[in-house]
Design a protein around this ligand. Structure first.
Ligand code: GDP
Ligand code: IMO
Ligand code: MG
Length: 432
């Protein structure tokens, strides 16, 4: 037995939540290992829609353990809200949730810093973060001296730590403001209120927090089946994505071992999740973006509005240059193509197979974001299909042009397609 990883190969929102839920029944443990409440994963079954942020998308199978591993950054208020919302809709998570004491904690100062530092020095375009405090929390983790982990919430010196950090942040926050007006609007941090609030959260979270690393290593030794749920997408990876327009964790395949603590030799299956087209939320280059009525039609058909921030997602054609790069980087063993139904009704569908950069054809994904901003996509045009495919159960029953599109997509990316999704619901999934 071994572990299966589900990794987004684009800019996030590839419908990872749906495929994780689909694969959960074949596993004993489901693990979130990076990112935080910037993620918004959607699971739909029996006519009900659930939105998850920090809780793994495997939570709907009571026999499966839900683990939040050490690489995740946790907003305690946010996770408690999620637990409450799940309970209200009849999903009991309490018996099955396990949170790493090593995971770092998001505090109000992180959200304030996120708000103040969204702009990138010297660039006109902002990152457009989710404002959940993700970047600042990871920055404090790497910086060490002003970081607090889940395990620290229960220590006697926790109040002292918060007081010291608040004193420091109250001095540094005004320096981050871009204008006098913004500086004047900054509310000083109230250390005693933060201590009281977080001790309240800690009391509720205590039963779930423990040594997840040791637990997962025991699971590995017992040869059980583990499913790892990536958040964000590979092109948002802090080291390998479209830096600096990225998130602050390793959201590509390279992050699984670091975030979970599970040895790399245990990963046997890497499912690369892709939309049948491309989307991106926030700033940064997007070579195949369609700022016209075709882009709007994709947005309308796919209901492409952010799960977390409700921002309209930028939409465009499938970018095989980018996905060839991320699927190789993550070592994808197979692809899961999502939202194929959104493309029904288009006369022609384009696949970007190469870029033109300064008059030259290139087939690799540029490392430099300014080069990426200058590339022009080179498209292959394929005939579309008009049939409604949302009820199709078998690959062979898809319209011929839909199959041809998928086959071409698989060829240009260089990976086999294992799953095709034709609607949001669990049962609208074709297994090849
Ligand atoms: P994630 O962040 O990768 O889990 O993806 P999101 O949940 O943010 O976004 C995916 C959206 O597409 C959700 O609203 C899903 O319910 C929806 N969805 C998933 N699969 C399909 C599909 O095959 N067709 C359509 N039309 N919608 C889908
Ligand atoms: P899921 O898991 C899509 C984007 C933000 C912004 C950049 C940095 O649902 O696929 P951050 O708040 O992380 O510092 O923002 O990353 N972003 C996502 N885009 N899906 C996500 O998660 C995202 N999480 C962050 O829009 O551009
Ligand atoms: Mg999402």
């Amino acid at each position: 037995m071994a572990a299966t990883c589900v990794i987004g190969l684009q800019w996030g929102d590839e419908a990872k939540g749906k495929i994780v839920d689909f694969l959960t029944s074949q596993n004993d443990v489901v693990v979130r290992y990076q990112g935080g409440a910037n993620a918004g994963h959607t699971v739909v079954f029996d006519g009900k829609k659930y939105k998850l942020s920090l809780i793994p998308s495997g939570v709907f199978r009571p026999e499966v353990k839900s683990v939040i591993a050490s690489g995740v950054v946790i907003d305690p208020e946010s996770i408690l809200g999620e637990i409450d919302r799940l309970r209200e809709s009849g999903v009991e998570i309490e018996k099955n949730l396990f949170i790493s004491e090593r995971a770092h904690v998001i505090f109000p100062w992180h959200k304030e810093e996120d708000r103040l530092m969204n702009e990138v020095g010297g660039r006109s375009e902002a990152i457009g973060t989710t404002l959940r405090g993700i970047g600042p929390c990871y920055r404090d983790k790497v910086g060490r001296s002003t970081a607090i982990r889940m395990g620290d919430l229960f220590r006697a010196d926790f109040p002292e730590k918060v007081r010291a950090i608040c004193a420091l942040k109250n001095r540094s926050l005004p320096g981050l403001a871009h204008s006098e007006e913004a500086r004047a609007a900054i509310q000083p941090l109230d250390a005693e209120k933060i201590i009281a609030d977080y001790q309240g959260y800690a009391a509720r979270l205590r039963p779930f927090v423990g040594d997840v690393v040791n637990y997962l290593l025991d699971v590995v030794d017992a040869n059980k089946r583990i499913l790892l749920e990536g958040a964000q997408g590979s092109l948002l990876d802090v080291d390998y994505g479209t830096f600096p327009y990225v998130t602050s964790s390793n959201s590509s395949g390279v992050g699984v071992t670091a975030g979970s603590g599970i040895p790399a030799t245990y990963f046997k299956r890497i499912v690369g999740v892709i939309k049948a087209y491309s989307t991106r939320v926030g700033g940064g280059p997007f070579p195949t973006e369609l700022k016209d009525e075709i882009g709007q039609r994709i947005r309308d058909n796919g209901n492409e509005y952010g799960t977390v921030t409700r921002r309209p997602r930028r939409c465009g054609w499938f970018d095989a240059v980018a996905v060839r790069y991320t699927s190789r980087l993550g070592g994808a063993t197979e692809l899961s193509v999502m939202l194929l139904d959104v493309l029904s009704g288009f006369d022609t569908i384009n696949i970007c197979v190469a870029y033109e950069l300064d008059g030259r054809r290139i087939e690799h994904f540029p490392a430099d974001v300014d080069d990426l901003a200058r590339v022009k996509p080179i498209y292959e045009m394929l005939p579309g299909w008009s049939e409604d495919i949302t009820g199709v159960k078998n690959y062979e029953d898809l319209p011929e042009n839909a199959r041809k599109y998928l086959d071409r997509l698989s060829t240009v990316v260089g990976k086999p397609i294992k799953f095709v999704s034709v609607g949001p619901s669990r049962d609208q999934t074709i297994v090849r």
